[in-house]
Write a protein that binds this ligand. Sequence first.
Ligand SMILES: Cc1cc2nc3c(=O)[nH]c(=O)nc-3n(C[C@H](O)[C@H](O)[C@H](O)COP(=O)(O)OP(=O)(O)OC[C@H]3O[C@@H](n4cnc5c(N)ncnc54)[C@H](O)[C@@H]3O)c2cc1C
Length: 506
Amino acid sequence: MRKGIMSSRPTTTDVILIGAGVMSATLGSLLKELAPEWEIKAFEKLASAGEESSNEWNNAGTGHSALCELNYTSEKSDGSIEISKAIKINEQFQLSRQFWSYLVNSNLIRNPQDFIMPLPHMSLVQGEKNIAFLKNRFKALSNNPLFQGMEFSDEPEKLKEWFPLIMEGRTSNEPIAATKIDSGTDVNFGALTRILFDHLQSKDVEVNYKHSVEDIKRTDDDLWEVKVHDIDNGKIEYHTAKFVFIGGGGGSLHLLQKTGIPQSKHIGGFPVSGQFMVCSNPEVVAQHHAKVYGKAKVGAPPMSVPHLDTRFIDNKKSLLFGPFAGFSPKFLKTGSLLDLVTSVKSDNLLTMLSAGAKELPLTKYLIQQVILSDEKRMEELREFIPNAKSEDWEIVIAGQRVQVIKDTETGGKGTLQFGTEVVTDADGSIAALLGASPGASTAVHVMLEIMERCFPEHLTEWEPKIKEMIPSYGVSLSENPEIYQEIQTFIEQTLGLSEKKELAFS
Ligand SMILES: Cc1cc2nc3c(=O)[nH]c(=O)nc-3n(C[C@H](O)[C@H](O)[C@H](O)COP(=O)(O)OP(=O)(O)OC[C@H]3O[C@@H](n4cnc5c(N)ncnc54)[C@H](O)[C@@H]3O)c2cc1C
């Protein structure tokens, strides 16, 4: 049995958060509201918060809610559209929006415009077959309150209004269609992470930057001992805690393996790197105002769906196109070339080898992406913006996504997962987050799941506060349109999502 979370031992912290990304930021912020007396320490190996995947230039900043991402809806054999995944992801993002609204409304964080902006979300397809799919998807989603306000059009004049930059110079006769919904968002997850860590520090959370966690061991008295390297002075420190969250992003798998818990076995990771093309030419940027998601190419993994996005970063508007997937053996952008090799252990060797044999098409796809020339990337961009000029666009290297490989009943040994995996030990004293999709957007949902699994003894006491912060906790919004509407009105007002803010941006 795990001990009660509060202890009189002065050297023992209640909670240690490893990594200062959006996930640790979210868990720390939730816990500070639910158990303000708990002592929390965070260790981050880099010099500041939100520098890895959560950084604004390392991800696409899409508030994932299936408003435009076609890979969250699939076509069934009878031609109808499966929308359950789209509803699930939308509901999960609603939890994040509610928690952020709570933090703003309680003056715990100040200006929502620093991290979230309203932005129409659109899906774009070409060709009769894809248009039929999009139309059916539109019909299936339009009946659901979460997707209210979605429009469909295959009329070039309408599409010119929606995305002039994409329509200008288009010579192909291939039919084209799109959907548009105005309730989408662009989220600066880097800014959000920094804001939340500032907030945590103001609440006496000890955040240690340039402190790299090197080992995690169970102590004889059922605590977790974390070995930390202070990068500036080279010293090794040991800290103990009753609960540890491994929120190291791509670094989480190695740390989880060090714990030796049975749940850490037979799991591997496969890193997929990403690149975006960015345009800062104000004349071009001014002609586009949306996130426009296309369809993944045949054989491409779901995370490489091409999209053209307006981004709001550092009080400036820019355009981002991509991602182009690639391969690097590093698990973090700032990681080591040995990350992949050192993640292979005797217990996951077979799992990894099986995945290698199964995923040859993915490997081939990634190799093709790695060797894409700049001109080939421009050709892909011109499928979106026919008149794109090379001189307006530059490449930025995005974050690493470490996809989980594990043995599953349906997929068998070594199955590549594209979602997020929460791993906890039997007594819920340690939790790790692996995988990267749908990602930062669903941080609140994932951290609530961790709390449910790791702190069941506190849930009854916490529930009223959770419901105050996240009114739809435990409620299906898609099945309760009135509650959804009420919550939306509050969120839009609190986060300023109903107002047109782009005038503030050059
Ligand atoms: C190309 C790309 C596009 C994406 N697009 C989107 C999107 O549009 N929308 C969306 O919602 N999500 C998106 N994501 C996913 C999203 O970025 C991630 O899910 C999210 O940022 C993960 O947050 P995290 O806190 O787990 O990890 P991170 O932000 O990577 O933070 C982990 C932290 O742990 C630190 N760390 C690691 N190891 C150690 C150690 N041993 N000791 C101390 N510190 C350590 C790292 O330095 C880092 O700061 C995208 C990701 C990528 C790569």
